[in-house]
Structures are given as C-alpha cells and as structure tokens.
Design a protein around this ligand. Structure first.
Ligand SMILES: C[S@@+](CC[C@H](N)C(=O)[O-])C[C@H]1O[C@@H](n2cnc3c(N)ncnc32)[C@H](O)[C@@H]1O
Length: 188
C-alpha cells in the first residue's frame, strides 16, 4: 500500500535513526513527532525539540508526560537559533531531524513557519547531520503565507549538490486542497 504523508515521514526516520542517537524536532507543535522520535531514539538517546509558542511547548510536555518519556529537551525559541543550544556545529553528530511546517493545529493560525527561519534552520541541520542520515520536512502550504514558504523550500532543495545530498519529493498528485507533501534530504 502507498503510505500516507505522516506515516511515510516517520518511516523514513525509523529506517535511518539509530537507538541512542540525538535528533531534532524543529517544530514540536502538539508533540506527535517529538513523541515518535523519543521512542525511536530510546532512553539512551535524546530529542531536542523547538517551538516558538509556549502553547506548543506545554502541549508537547503534556504528551511526553502522559507517555512517561524523559529523553526530550524542549526549547521555546526559533529553530534558526538552534546552534545556541546544541553541540558544536563543526561536527557531524545529528542522527536525523523533522520539520512539520505551517501553524499549530487547534492553535493560533497566524503563527506560522517562515521561509527565512526554516531555511536557516535547515542549513544548520545539514551542517551537523551525520552522513547517511536524513532531514524530513512535511510541507503544509494551504494557509496564507504557506505557498511562499513552499516555493522557497523547493528552490533551496532543488539546488542542493547531488554529490552531497539525495533529495526526494513524496507527493500525491491527484489530491485537492493543497495536500501536504514530503521533502526528504539525505546526506551522502
Ligand atoms: C504544523 S505545527 C507542528 C506540528 C507538530 N510537529 C506535531 O506533531 O504536532 C508547526 C509548528 O511550528 C511552530 N513554529 C513556527 N515558527 C517556528 C520557528 N521559527 N521555530 C520553531 N517553531 C516554529 C509553530 O508554533 C507550530 O507549533
């Protein structure tokens, strides 16, 4: 069966992230991806999760508490500031990362991810990502401002050097209403 977008995003990370590694959730929102990564990396691993909204940090903390997960560092700041919080940027230590773009479901629809900070954060992640590992972006773009971010991201992803990265777009082409799609970037 063809996989749905969120299922496939998780499958890509499940195939590449190893137990005990550190990973990043760049947009933790309601915590679903953070919880998934927390289980995937295991008690010896670590998830560093960012969101700019207090509401998102609280929702994620509540979900983690409910599942008794303790290997997550939650940071209320923009993901483009991530290098202030993580290990040195001159080393390749990151096991994987996910972005879920757009606004917080059931939250404030005016607070959205933006091209400048998304691309800056993505650049940082590519720098610290281990070879063979992946950053997966789930691109929602039906909201106001979403199209601009989608275009900027595609433009950025398309020009990545094929000698250094494999870049995949996974998208259903007969769905209406700006259905989300995946961009997955694997470092060679
Ligand atoms: C689609 S939601 C994420 C959903 C989440 N992954 C989940 O599993 O529930 C997008 C989130 O990105 C957050 N966000 C927007 N701009 C951000 C930024 N510059 N840095 C970090 N998070 C940001 C929003 O606050 C929102 O919670």
């Amino acid at each position: 069966m063809l996989k749905g977008i969120l299922e496939y995003a998780h499958d890509l990370l499940a195939e590449t992230v190893k137990s005990g590694e550190a990973v990043i959730d760049a947009t933790c929102g309601n915590g679903n991806d953070t919880l998934f990564l927390s289980k995937l990396t295991g008690n010896e691993g670590k998830v560093i999760a960012f969101d700019i909204q207090e509401q998102a940090i609280q929702n994620t903390q509540r979900l983690l508490d409910h599942h008794n997960r303790k290997n997550v560092i939650l940071i209320q700041d923009s993901h483009d500031n991530m290098l202030q919080y993580v290990s040195p940027a001159d080393k390749q230590w990151l096991g994987g990362a996910i972005f879920n773009l757009g606004y917080l479901p059931k939250g404030d629809k005016t607070v959205i991810t933006t091209p400048a900070s998304t691309l800056a954060a993505l650049g940082h992640i590519l720098q610290i990502l281990k070879p063979g590992r992946m950053v997966v972006l789930v691109v929602y773009y039906g909201h106001e401002g979403g199209m601009k971010e989608k275009e900027a991201l595609l433009q950025y992803a398309i020009q990545l050097d094929q000698k250094q990265y494999q870049v995949l777009q996974y998208r259903y082409i007969n769905q209406k209403n700006h259905a989300p799609f995946i961009i997955a970037i694997q470092k060679k």
